[in-house]
Design a protein around this ligand. Sequence first.
Ligand SMILES: Cc1cc2nc3c(=O)[nH]c(=O)nc-3n(C[C@H](O)[C@H](O)[C@H](O)COP(=O)(O)OP(=O)(O)OC[C@H]3O[C@@H](n4cnc5c(N)ncnc54)[C@H](O)[C@@H]3O)c2cc1C
Length: 420
Amino acid sequence: MMTNRTEARRVFVIGAGAVGLSAAIQLQRRGFAVTVIEESAPGSGASYGNSGMLVADTAIPTFQPGMVWKVPGWLADPLGPLTVKARYLPQAFPWLWRYLRSGTRQQVFHAAEALRALHRSTFEGWLDNIGHDEMSRLTRRDGQIYLWEGAKAPPSRSLEDEVRAHLGINSEMLGADRVRQYFPGISRDVSYGLHVPGNGHTVDPRGLVNALAETFQRDGQGSILQERALRVWRGEDSRWTVMTNLGNHRGDILVVAAGAWSGRLLAPLQVTIPLETERGYHVMLRNPSLRLGMPILNKTRYFGVSSMSEGLRVSGTVEIAGLDTPPTVARAKILVTQAKRLFPDLVFDDEAYWMGHRPSIPDGLPAIGEILGQPGLFVCFGHGHSGLTAAPASARLLAQLAAGERPSIDPHPYSPGRFM
Ligand SMILES: Cc1cc2nc3c(=O)[nH]c(=O)nc-3n(C[C@H](O)[C@H](O)[C@H](O)COP(=O)(O)OP(=O)(O)OC[C@H]3O[C@@H](n4cnc5c(N)ncnc54)[C@H](O)[C@@H]3O)c2cc1C
């Protein structure tokens, strides 16, 4: 069933986001001749506009027990973190149903262990892929703070606390005064914080992806074609063809790492991995009056704030509306309101809005590996809310599997076959 690894030298990777380019580098290091096909510029998908947090010490899947009861309130609240476009609901329903059903205690622990295996080495993985100079220019290992507003008592021992204890993750609960020492001028509504010192962030997510592209093209023979993959198939000679808007390319191995768009390429092959886009937004506030010492994740209102080279990025919200619906700019504007609520004295020069597509699989885990019955077809996508963090370890696992090496982490939780 497996491709002959010694002869399988030419690899095409579709998608030049954080995941595809990290995979390209890892494959290249194992002796494959790798070409990346990207329809736009490298790092212009979700990998461009995310919150930039590198969450080595966070491994909590997004959907948790009890959250299902909060959904109606979120949907009804114009400032709420979740919205579903009514017209898209019938299409999204099977995915949403699976997503809601994944919010069990057992699944949370299963997903947390699997996410931990991908997240914990993120700083080492990025360093390995982009080198010291780019790492120190682009990343900060300065911790992260989760915040709660309006709570009268510290959030009681939650499932998240249990997961952190189970995984041995270091964190410290802070009262409002300690939070204010870190962030003078923060709203009096903030009642508690949780400091996670092992996390960090990048000051330029796109710069991080560009650094991958440079490594890939500099260190080996890697090339990036600016073409749009339209269709892929396996020929009678067992090689894979990628038909693009500009030509055909043939290789021994094909890696689909096209983020939220991956499902479209796989559907004609009857490969059905439940993938949906959780559309997210950011607003970049330029020349802000505020520079944060570490990024914030507001756990009451579900948005993030990070200081980046370009300004203060406020990001979040989940909108279920598919790949083709135009952005709802009001969702991004909500983030400006949220930022001003959190920092009432915040001023800035101007604001730039962005919408992007988190590639999400309902059990909260990506799909990494070879497709059963399709020798030479590998996938690496579905990293949802933490793909920037998980990219290096996912890429290494993918490359190990493609090269027939013994994987350094257990590949089973990410098996693309788990849904088939
Ligand atoms: C608002 C928001 C905040 C986030 N915050 C964080 C965070 O703080 N930390 C974190 O770790 N993660 C975060 N994420 C998640 C993270 O950004 C994603 O999981 C990650 O970027 C996914 O990377 P990717 O390479 O799989 O996809 P993408 O970056 O989307 O790349 C896919 C690429 O494939 C290309 N492509 C698609 N179809 C084709 C085709 N047919 N032919 C050629 N090319 C194609 C696209 O142009 C794109 O460049 C956030 C996401 C969002 C939206």
